[in-house]
Design a protein around this ligand. Structure first.
Ligand code: ARG
Length: 247
């Protein structure tokens, strides 16, 4: 009888602990390729993932009471992972594209960007993307920047897993230009004013959205309602001031 009581007690304790375990397992996994400053990158001092997108997603999660964690994944596996629902959602400066929308859900747009060309400061023959025929142009693999290079007749696309390496190659003279999202390109040029400059104007118009696993419309609705609430409060303007102005 004593033993039986002991077993029942242990059973009861385990049962009481269960919800705690279940709750921890329920964290919402948000993928991000933290190599894209100032939207998502790893702060070298704190080693934490920071940026415009991280602040935005954190604010949305607070509004909607979502228990989130960020998972740092390279761009290519991030998109593949979203198509497989390996992650619940992703915030990563993702341009909303019809082809992508076949594989994942997208939130309402939260930011407009476009493609911008960077060249070395001493370059004299590239004034815009129209001068890139016969040139080697770097872009991150699978991004809208790389799709734009593919459209330029005679340009050779060199793809990189990490856009930082493309800018490195550009500064070292290995490639002639880089095409990437305007806020990112402006940041690299701003941090290397003696080595880089932009060539021409921003030449596409794209909208960033938060990607959500295709079967999780409930999460999409929460993200959209949280996004609308923080947009109403002026958060986007605040984040532009914090992360983009003067970079
Ligand atoms: N906006 C571009 C695209 O969707 C590039 C995004 C890359 N983002 C990143 N975190 N690496 O194709």
């Amino acid at each position: 009888m004593k033993y039986l009581f002991g077993f029942v007690l242990i059973g009861l304790i385990l049962f009481a602990l269960l919800p705690g375990c279940a709750q921890e397992a329920a964290k919402i996994r948000i993928a991000t390729d933290a190599t894209w400053p100032p939207f998502e990158y790893v702060d070298e001092e704190t080693m934490e993932i920071v940026g415009f997108d991280i602040d935005l997603m954190t604010a949305i999660a607070e509004k909607e009471d979502l228990d989130i964690e960020f998972v740092n994944v390279a761009w290519d596996p991030l998109l593949a992972g979203m198509a497989q629902c390996t992650y619940d959602a992703a915030i990563s400066s993702i341009t909303i594209l019809p082809e992508r929308a076949e594989e994942m859900l997208f939130s309402d747009p939260y930011f407009e960007a476009g493609q911008l060309v960077a060249v070395r400061i001493d370059n004299t023959d590239i004034a815009s993307k129209d001068d890139l025929g016969g040139k080697v142009v770097g872009a991150q693999i699978g991004t809208t920047g790389s799709f734009e290079v593919e459209k330029i007749a005679g340009a050779t696309l060199k793809t990189y897993d990490d856009i930082g390496l493309a800018f490195q190659d550009l500064m070292n003279g290995q490639i002639d230009a880089v095409i990437a999202d305007s806020p990112l390109t402006l940041g690299y040029v701003g941090r290397n004013p003696d080595k880089l400059k932009t060539a021409g104007e921003v030449f596409t118009s794209e909208f960033y959205g938060i990607a959500v696993c295709k079967t999780n419309t409930e999460l999409l609705e929460k993200i959209n309602s949280g996004l609308a609430a923080v947009i109403d409060e002026g958060l986007i303007e605040e984040l532009i001031d914090k992360w983009l102005v003067g970079q």
